[in-house]
Design a protein around this ligand. Structure first.
Ligand code: FAD
Ligand code: A2P
Length: 272
């Protein structure tokens, strides 16, 4: 009853929805990835995001949205994160170590899922910065290769080192014992930088509107009959990409109404 005394606090209080960190990799001074144990009851669709965080100073959880970067079949959960120097969460999250616990709210949601697109032949993943996270999941998802003939991963960052996480992931796919054979030659990777020399350069938007990416990869321009797209970047990026996709005749879909493309913000803020 309400009158019963509160239970004595445990010697070491456990976080609500705690998940234990199993590995941490720092990619640059602004980017890191980490893996946590997956709660046995957590189900999600590759491409979705969850709320994760740490206990705040006031004793209230400090939570932020994070794309799950690992595929739905993985025994662990992976996240790819920015380090915002004065960011309430990431100023602390960037210091997590193996064995630490984070808070993970078990309610995955999101629009970057296969169910939100009509069937097609070619699937375009368009990302900037940490916006590659949901595609790190979807590039390891068997459905991606079962549903499409070709998958094109366009990822743009300012500097070369910021591409490393995505590049290593793509390189590891062909030898992956679980999905390597499915991937085969279906995945076309198109990384570019904008502020440091690299073999391929330019914004995703510019390479789509100029037709450069189609010429480089030997593909026809996007066509709503065959092409599908998933977009994840800053608000400014998403707005500009949407206009280009609409120009090709693709329409924005949702879980409730699958169409030709879907969009998710990689973070809140104007990104300018
Ligand atoms: P905040 O107070 O949350 O952010 C401070 C400022 O930092 C923002 O105004 C923005 O200008 C900038 N910023 C925040 N996140 C980013 C970012 N990812 N890239 C560039 N600039 C940023 N972040 C990730 O690192 N990985 C993810 O997989 C991821 N998935 C997300 C999915 C969704 C649907 C949304 C809405 C956001 C996602 N974010 C992701 C952003 C994340 O929720 C937090 O904003 C981020 O962790 C920073 O938290 P913070 O408390 O340190 O700073
Ligand atoms: P650029 O260097 O030309 O601004 P940011 O770090 O600012 O989030 O940017 C990540 C990458 O996304 C950068 O390569 C940046 O290019 C590019 N970018 C930023 N805004 C847009 C936009 N509106 N459309 C296309 N690409 C963008």
């Amino acid at each position: 009853t309400d009158a019963s005394p509160a239970p004595a606090p445990a010697a070491k209080p456990h976080l609500p929805d705690a998940a234990k960190v199993t590995s941490v990799t720092h990619w640059t001074d602004r980017l890191f990835s980490f893996r946590v144990e997956r709660p046995r009851t957590l189900r999600f669709r590759s491409g979705e995001f969850v709320m994760i965080g740490l206990m705040g100073d006031t004793g209230k959880p400090l939570l932020r949205a994070y794309s799950i970067a690992s595929p739905a079949w993985d025994e662990e959960l992976e996240f790819y994160s920015i380090k915002v120097p004065d960011g309430p969460l990431t100023s602390r999250l960037q210091h997590i170590k193996v064995g630490d616990e984070i808070i993970l709210r078990p309610k995955p949601v999101g629009t970057l899922v296969h169910d939100a697109l009509l069937p097609g032949k070619r699937l375009w993943f368009l990302a900037t910065g940490t916006g590659i996270a949901p595609f790190a999941s979807l590039m390891r998802e068997p459905d991606t290769y079962e549903k499409y003939d070709q998958i094109i991963m366009m990822h743009t960052c300012r500097e070369v080192a910021e591409l490393d996480y995505g590049r290593q992931l793509v390189e590891s796919l062909k030898d992956d014992p679980l999905i390597g054979e499915l991937v085969g030659d279906k995945l076309l990777y198109y990384p570019t930088t904008t502020r440091e020399p690299y073999p391929r350069m330019g914004r995703v938007t510019d390479n789509l509107s100029s037709g450069k990416v189609f010429a480089d990869l030997g593909l026809p321009p996007m066509d709503p009959a065959t092409d599908r797209a998933m977009v994840c970047g800053s608000l400014a990026f998403n707005v500009d990409v949407k206009a280009i996709l609409e120009g090709f005749g693709l329409r924005e879909g949702a879980n409730s109404e699958p169409l030709e493309y879907v969009v998710e913000k990689a973070f809140v803020g104007d990104g300018i």
